[in-house]
Design a protein around this ligand. Structure first.
Ligand code: SAH
Length: 218
């Protein structure tokens, strides 16, 4: 029997086995992931896996995205920040879940494409900025939720500072490029952050002032 590609409904059903947040599941049912997946990979649009976007980048795995969204528990009045716009898929979901979203991407082509998609889908509350997201975006701070969609050596200081009291930040962190843990931090005081481990993940590297150094061109 030939395998048929998974549908959006299949994807939601699968994610629903793990993720209980109704708001997150509803947002994922509203945002068409196929808009964010390149033409040649359309058959994988609703498969539970990361998909290549070109330039060595990927659109993250849906279940991992859902885990990140559930961890920051965005509310309709929240201000949200994402680092690593990529295709714009997570930014679109944050736009469904929060009031105002800033998403930062260092790759010019990806930032432009994402901006156009988000505009076409009517996400007027999502702003895509081109630059180094490890420095955050102080103009929009403090944020109630921060999602870092790339793997770094530690949570950048600038992002810690831009997190509101009670705000949550989720980010893949690791000491080497081999092992990454998804971490969720909650600001519980002026200087204090509570950290929770959400399990192993696999993301592309966060490259910037408070991330990994740029790869030498080969
Ligand atoms: N959330 C994305 C996943 C993108 S992959 C999606 O839904 O498609 C991670 C992205 O982070 C890549 O596009 C990469 O270019 C970007 N990136 C890496 N380091 C960055 C940095 N310091 N600032 C902004 N973007 C960064």
């Amino acid at each position: 029997m030939a395998d048929r590609p998974a549908t959006q409904q299949d994807m939601i059903k699968l994610i629903g086995l793990t993720i209980k947040s109704r708001r997150v599941l509803d947002a994922m049912a509203h945002v068409p992931r196929d808009w964010f997946v390149p033409e040649a990979q359309q058959h994988l649009a609703y498969a539970d896996r990361a998909v290549p976007l070109g330039d060595g980048q990927t659109i993250s795995q849906p279940l991992v995205v859902a885990t990140m969204l559930e961890a920051i528990a965005p509310q309709p009045h929240h201000r949200l920040l994402e680092i690593g716009t990529g295709s714009g898929y997570v930014a679109a979901l944050l736009g469904e879940l929060g009031a105002r979203v800033v998403s930062i991407e260092r790759n010019h082509r990806l930032a432009n494409d994402a901006r156009q998609r988000l505009r076409a889908l009517g996400h007027a509350n999502v702003r895509v900025i081109e630059g180094d997201g490890t420095l955050g975006w102080p103009d929009g701070a403090p944020y109630d939720g921060i999602v870092v969609s790339a793997f770094g050596p530690a949570v950048p200081e600038a992002l810690r500072q831009q997190l509101a009291l009670g705000g949550r930040l989720v980010m893949p962190v690791g000491s080497s490029r081999g092992e990454q843990q998804l971490q969720c931090m909650t600001r519980i005081g002026d200087m204090a952050l509570a950290t929770e481990d959400l399990g192993p993940v696999l993301f592309v590297p966060l490259i910037g002032a408070e991330g990994w150094p740029e790869q030498p061109a080969t």
